[in-house]
Design a protein around this ligand. Structure first.
Ligand SMILES: NC(=O)c1ccc[n+]([C@@H]2O[C@H](COP(=O)([O-])OP(=O)(O)OC[C@H]3O[C@@H](n4cnc5c(N)ncnc54)[C@H](OP(=O)(O)O)[C@@H]3O)[C@@H](O)[C@H]2O)c1
Length: 215
C-alpha cells in the first residue's frame, strides 16, 4: 500500500517507520520539498520512504495520514490540494493544542467542535478517521506494556474507512480498537490527549497508554 503522511515531526516519522517496517511505501510531506527532517528520515528506510511537499504526499497516498500541528491542519490540507484526498481514507492523528509559556498544553477548541470535525469539513469527500491521537508517538508501533495490551480509540463517519484503520492498527500491534462512533467523538478523544500528557508528566513516564478495564 502507498501511504502519504502530511508532517515532518515525530508523529510522521514514527508512523512512517511503522508503515515501512510492515512493507508499505511511504511519502512524508512538508511545506518545503527539501525539509532536512524528512530527508534524513527517508535515508533510513531502505528505499521504501520518499519525501516531498504536502501535495506530493497527498497525491502519493492511497491512505493519507494527517500529522501536522493541530490547528494548522486545514492550512496544510489546502496547501496539499483538497481534491487529492477525495474518496480516500484519512487517518487523523492531530490534536488542537494551545501552548502557553508555562504548564501543560490545553485544547484550543472543544465541547462544541473538535479538530477532527474541522478536518473532516475541510476534506468533505474524504473519510477521516481519528486514531493514534491519545498516546505518545513512542507507543505507536508494537506497543508493549507490563500490564497488558492498551486500547486505541477511533471515531469517524464512514464504517468501511474505520474497518480499514482498525486493520492498520492491528498490524501496528494494537489488538484492542474501540470505535466510539462519528467524527464528533474527536471531542472526547482530543481531551484524552491532554489527560495523557498530564498523566505522563505526573508519572514521569511517557511510555504509558490507556486501557479500559472490563468485568
Ligand atoms: N508528539 C506526539 O507524540 C503526538 C502524539 C499524538 C498526537 N500528536 C499530534 O500529532 C500532530 C503532529 O505532532 P508532531 O509532534 O509530530 O508535530 P508538530 O510539531 O505538532 O507538527 C509539525 C508539522 O506541522 C506542520 N506545520 C506547522 N505549522 C504549520 C502551518 N502554519 N501550516 C501548515 N503546516 C504547519 C509542519 O510543517 P513543516 O513540515 O513544513 O515544518 C510539520 O509538518 C499534532 O497535531 C499533535 O498534537 C502528537
Amino acid at each position: 500500500m502507498k501511504v502519504g503522511i502530511l508532517g515532518s515531526g515525530d508523529v510522521a516519522k514514527a508512523l512512517g517507520t511503522g508503515f515501512v517496517t510492515l512493507g508499505h511505501e511511504v511519502c512524508l510531506g512538508s511545506r518545503t520539498v527539501d525539509n532536512p527532517k524528512t530527508v534524513d528520515w527517508a535515508k533510513g528506510t531502505n528505499g521504501k520512504g520518499s519525501t516531498g511537499t504536502f501535495a506530493d504526499a497527498a497525491a502519493f497516498g492511497e491512505v493519507i495520514v494527517l500529522a501536522t500541528l493541530g490547528t494548522a491542519t486545514p492550512d496544510a490540507v489546502r496547501l496539499a490540494g483538497v481534491s487529492k484526498f477525495d474518496g480516500k481514507v484519512v487517518i487523523d492523528t492531530t490534536n488542537p493544542l494551545a501552548f502557553s509559556a508555562q504548564g501543560t498544553p490545553s485544547l484550543a477548541i472543544g465541547h462544541t467542535t473538535s479538530q477532527g470535525e474541522v478536518n473532516q469539513k475541510a476534506l468533505p469527500k474524504a473519510h477521516v478517521v481519528k486514531a493514534f491521537n491519545i498516546t505518545g508517538n513512542a507507543n505507536f508501533f508494537r506497543p508493549t506494556f507490563a500490564n497488558g495490551p492498551p486500547d486505541m480509540y477511533i471515531c469517524g463517519n464512514d464504517a468501511a474507512a474505520k474497518k480499514k484503520v482498525e486493520k492498520i492498527l492491528h498490524d501496528f500491534g494494537w489488538s484492542s480498537v474501540l470505535d466510539i462512533g462519528g467524527i464528533e467523538g474527536s471531542r472526547e478523544l482530543e481531551s484524552l490527549c491532554i489527560l495523557w500528557v498530564k498523566s505522563a508528566i505526573g508519572l514521569g513516564n511517557f511510555r504509558v497508554a490507556f486501557r479500559l478495564l472490563r468485568a
